[in-house]
Design a protein around this ligand. Structure first.
Ligand code: ADP
Ligand code: MG
Length: 705
C-alpha cells in the first residue's frame, strides 16, 4: 500500500510528478526547443527529426531520473483495451559498449504486429505490419509497479501499413480536427473569431468493488466480468440507502490510494461517492480536452483495477455485473471551448454571446437528431445493452432533455430571450441558512442526453467503454451541422446578417424539436410518443451498427475525414464480431459452471434428500423432503434440457460466417436459453442448503465487510 498523505505531504507537491508535462519539458529542454514543440502541439506545425531527437532525449533523461528502465508506445486497439510492448533503453553502440538510447525515431514511430489485433478485415494476416505514431498532444507518463519498475508510456495512434486507422483514438483526433475547422468558420462569420475550438470532456466513472476472495471463486466474474448466475440477495437497493451513503472504511482507504496514484499521473480525480447499488461507487475527474480525457479514462480504469488488487478487492467495470440492481455507466459531459477560454455552450450575457450560444446549442441538437443511430451505435455493446432499456438507464431511444427554460423555447418555436441576470432563490423557510440560487433547470436523470447548464451529458455510455467513440460521434455530428450553418451564412453574405441568423435559429428549433423531450424516458408513454414522432428505437445494439451502412452516415464519415469507407466497414465487422464473441464466451462459461459446479452440487443434495425422504417415509413422515426432492428433480431435468439446447445453439451460431447473421443468432437463439438456464439454476439455489452451493451468492458478494 502506498504511503498515506500526511500533513507535510500535500497534493500539490506530487501532482503530475509522473507526467512529462509542460513543467517537466521546461526543466529538461532548451527554451527554443520547448517553444517549437508548443507550436507543434498548438498550431499543428510539423515535427522534424531534429526536434523529435531533442524531445526524446529530454524524455529519456526525465524518465530515467524517475527510475524508468523501459519505454512503450501506448495505444488503444479496436478491442477497446490499451496495448503496450516494452522496450528497454539499453542498447549497444558500434564499439560494443552498453549505452542507454532513445531516439526521436523511437519516440515518433513504433512498429507493432497488427495481425494479432482486431482489424475487421482491413488487412490480411500476412500483411502484419502496423505502426504506432506519437500523439504529441497527449502527455507521456510513467507507469510504476509496486516493486518500483517504471515504464515510460508514450500515447500513440495505431494504423496499418496502408495508413488505415486500427485504433479508437485516430478517429477521435480526426473528429476534433473537423469540429475545430467548422466551429472556427461559424465563429468567424458571426464576428467572434477564435484560434482554436475543442471539445472538453468530463466522465463520471461508475464501478463496483467486491472482495477479491469472492471474485476468485466465481468463474463467471473471472471470464465475463459479470455474474451469469445468482438469485437476488434478500436486500437490494429498494431503500435507497446506498447512494451518497457513508463510505465504509475499507473502500475509503482504497479511494485514497487510487486518488494518490491518479494525481501522480496528472489526473484530477475530484469527486467520489457511493452509487445507488450496494458496493457501487463513482469517481469523476475534472474535465479535460476530449482526447486527453479519453486517454486518462483508460488510465483511470486500469488504475482502479490495479489498486483494488492491492487492497484485497476486485474492481468490476462491467455495465451489468449483477442482475436486479443498477448497472454501471460513464456519464460523458461534453462542451465546446475556444482556446481563449470561452465555453460556447454557455448562454452568455450579451445578445451577441446569446446568439452564438444558440447556434452552437442547436447545432448539437440538430446533429443528434439527424444521426440518432450513430449515437446509439457509439455506445453499443452486448454488456451495455444489458443495462440500457431497463428501468435504470436511459433507453435505446435517443432524445435530449434541455431543461424547463429551453423546453419553452421549443414549444414556442422561437428563440429565447436572455434572462441570465434574473436571480431566483430557493425558498427554504429557514432564516439562518445561506440564500441559494436556483439552477436554470432541474435534472432529468432518465434522458440519454441532457443539457445541464453549459454542457451536454451523454448518459448512454457504458462503464467499460472507451470515451473515444461516443465523443468522436458527438464531435462529428456537431461539426457537420456547423458546416451546414457556415455554408448557409457564407452563401447569404454579410447583408442583414442578424436577421438571417435569427431566422436560421428559428428554423433549427422547428426542424429539430422532435428530438427534445423532458419527460420520463423510462415510461411506456414515451415509447409510444417517440414512435409518433418518428424517432429511431433500437431494442438492441446489433441493428444500430447498421448505421455504418446508411448512406448519409457514410457520406458524413467520408466528407469529414473521420473514417474512410473501408475503415467504417471494418468497424461494423468488429462490433458485430465482438457481440457474437461476448455471447459465445458467456454461454460457454455458463455451461461449464452449470455442468461442473452447480449440477453436481445440486445432485449431491438431491441424493441426500432422497435418502432422507425414503428413510422417513417408512415412518409415515418426510412429506416435505419428498416434495422438495420432486421439485429439484423437475428443475434438474428442465435445466439439463436447456443446457443441451444452449450447447447446440451456441455451436450452431458459431458456424455462421456472416457477421450480422451471427450476432443476431447469438442474440435471438443463444441469449434466451442463457436466461432460462439461469432461471432454473437460481431457483435451485433458493431450495438448496447454502452450504452445498459451490460459489459465493449475491448476499456474500454484495454485502461484504
Ligand atoms: P453530477 O452532478 O452530474 O454527478 P459530477 O460532479 O459527478 O456531476 O461530474 C460532472 C462532470 O462534468 C465532471 O467530470 C466535471 O468536470 C464535468 N464538467 C463540468 N463542466 C464541464 C464542461 N463545461 N464541459 C465538460 N465537462 C464538464
Ligand atoms: Mg456524478
Amino acid at each position: 500500500m502506498s504511503k498515506r498523505l500526511t500533513e507535510d505531504k500535500r497534493i500539490t507537491d506530487f501532482f503530475a510528478c509522473d507526467v512529462f508535462n509542460d513543467a517537466a519539458m521546461r526543466a529538461y529542454m532548451q527554451p527554443a526547443d520547448y517553444a517549437r514543440l508548443q507550436r507543434v502541439k498548438e498550431q499543428g506545425e510539423e515535427l522534424d527529426r531534429e526536434l523529435a531527437d531533442k524531445v526524446a532525449d529530454a524524455m529519456k533523461e526525465w524518465a530515467m531520473n524517475k527510475g524508468a528502465t523501459h519505454y512503450t508506445h501506448w495505444f488503444q486497439p479496436l478491442n477497446g483495451l490499451t496495448a503496450e510492448k516494452h522496450e528497454a533503453f539499453i542498447s549497444i553502440d558500434k564499439e560494443g559498449n552498453t549505452i542507454l538510447e532513445f531516439s526521436g525515431k523511437s519516440l515518433s514511430k513504433g512498429e507493432a504486429d497488427a495481425s494479432s489485433f482486431p482489424s475487421g478485415g482491413i488487412r490480411n494476416t500476412f500483411e502484419a505490419r502496423g505502426y504506432t505514431v506519437w500523439d504529441v498532444t497527449s502527455p507521456a507518463f510513467i507507469k510504476k509497479s509496486q516493486g518500483g519498475t517504471g515504464v515510460l508510456c508514450i500515447p500513440t495512434v495505431f494504423c496499418s501499413y496502408g495508413g488505415q486507422a486500427l485504433d479508437k483514438k485516430t478517429p477521435l483526433l480526426r473528429s476534433m480536427e473537423f469540429l475545430n475547422k467548422q466551429a472556427k468558420r461559424v465563429l468567424e462569420l458571426l464576428g467572434a473569431p477564435a484560434e482554436k475550438v475543442f471539445p472538453n470532456v468530463g466522465a463520471e466513472q461508475e464501478y463496483f468493488l467486491i472482495d477479491k476472495e469472492t471474485y476468485k471463486k466465481r468463474d463467471d466474474l473471472r471470464f465475463t466480468g459479470r455474474t451469469l448466475f445468482g438469485a437476488p440477495a434478500p436486500k437490494g437497493q429498494e431503500k435507497s440507502d446506498q447512494y451518497y451513503a457513508k463510505i465504509r472504511e475499507r473502500v475509503l482507504d482504497y479511494m485514497a490510494d487510487l486518488n494518490e496514484e491518479l494525481w501522480k499521473l496528472g489526473i484530477t480525480a475530484k469527486t467520489q461517492h457511493n452509487e445507488s447499488a450496494p458496493s457501487q461507487h463513482e469517481l469523476a475527474p475534472i474535465f479535460n480536452t476530449a482526447n486527453i480525457a479519453s486517454d486518462q479514462n483508460q488510465i483511470i480504469m486500469e488504475t482502479m483495477k490495479k489498486v483494488a488488487d492491492r487492497h484485497g478487492l476486485s474492481c468490476l467495470l462491467h455495465e451489468k455485473p449483477f442482475q436486479g440492481i443498477s448497472g454501471s455507466g460513464k456519464h460523458n459531459n461534453w462542451s465546446l471551448c475556444t482556446s481563449d477560454g470561452r465555453n460556447l455552450l454557455d448562454i452568455g450575457k450579451t445578445p451577441k454571446e446569446n446568439k452564438i450560444f444558440l447556434v452552437f446549442f442547436l447545432a448539437v441538437i440538430a446533429g443528434v437528431d439527424e444521426y440518432q443511430d450513430l449515437l446509439r451505435m457509439s455506445c453499443g455493446s452486448f454488456g451495455n445493452d444489458l443495462r440500457l432499456g431497463g428501468h435504470e438507464a436511459p433507453p435505446g431511444i435517443i432524445s435530449i432533455a434541455v431543461g424547463e427554460r429551453f423546453a419553452h423555447m421549443f414549444e414556442a418555436e422561437s428563440p429565447l430571450e436572455i434572462k441570465s441576470n434574473v436571480k431566483e432563490y430557493i425558498k427554504m423557510g429557514i432564516n439562518w441558512v445561506p440564500k441559494v440560487r436556483r439552477d436554470d433547470s432541474d435534472r432529468n436523470r432518465t434522458s440519454p442526453l441532457a443539457f445541464t447548464g453549459n454542457k451536454f451529458e451523454f448518459r448512454l455510455v457504458g462503464s467499460m467503454q472507451t470515451l473515444a467513440t461516443p465523443n468522436t460521434v458527438l464531435n462529428m455530428v456537431t461539426g457537420e451541422m456547423l458546416r451546414k450553418i457556415a455554408d448557409e451564412i457564407e452563401a447569404h453574405g454579410k447583408e442583414d446578417l442578424d436577421n438571417f441568423v435569427a431566422a436560421l435559429i428559428t428554423r433549427l428549433i422547428k426542424e429539430h424539436k422532435k428530438i427534445v423531450f423532458d419527460g420520463n424516458n423510462y415510461s411506456q408513454e414515451w415509447r409510444e410518443e417517440a414512435k409518433r414522432r418518428g424517432l429511431m428505437n433500437f431494442e438492441s445494439c446489433v441493428e444500430s451498427f447498421d448505421a455504418l451502412e446508411r448512406k448519409e452516415v457514410k457520406d458524413l464519415y467520408i466528407s469529414s475525414g473521420v473514417l474512410t469507407e473501408e475503415e467504417m466497414h471494418a468497424r461494423r465487422e468488429i462490433y458485430l464480431n465482438d457481440y457474437a464473441n461476448t455471447v459465445k464466451i458467456e454461454a460457454q462459461t455458463m455451461l461449464s459452471i452449470y455442468r461442473s459446479q452447480i449440477e453436481p452440487a445440486v445432485m449431491r443434495y438431491h441424493g441426500e434428500l432422497a435418502k432422507a425422504a425414503a428413510a422417513l417415509s417408512e415412518l409415515g413422515l418426510g412429506k416435505v423432503q419428498k416434495s422438495k426432492a420432486a421439485e429439484i428433480e423437475n428443475l434438474l431435468t428442465a435445466a439439463d434440457n436447456i443446457a443441451r439446447a444452449l450447447d447446440g445453439e451456441t455451436k450452431n451460431a458459431q458456424r455462421i460466417s456472416e457477421a450480422k447473421a451471427k450476432a443476431v443468432a447469438f442474440r435471438d437463439r443463444v441469449v434466451p436459453l442463457m436466461l432460462r438456464l439461469r432461471e432454473k439454476a437460481d431457483a435451485m439455489q433458493l431450495i438448496c442448503d447454502k452450504s452445498v452451493w459451490p460459489f459465493p451468492t449475491y448476499s456474500d458478494i454484495l454485502f461484504y465487510e
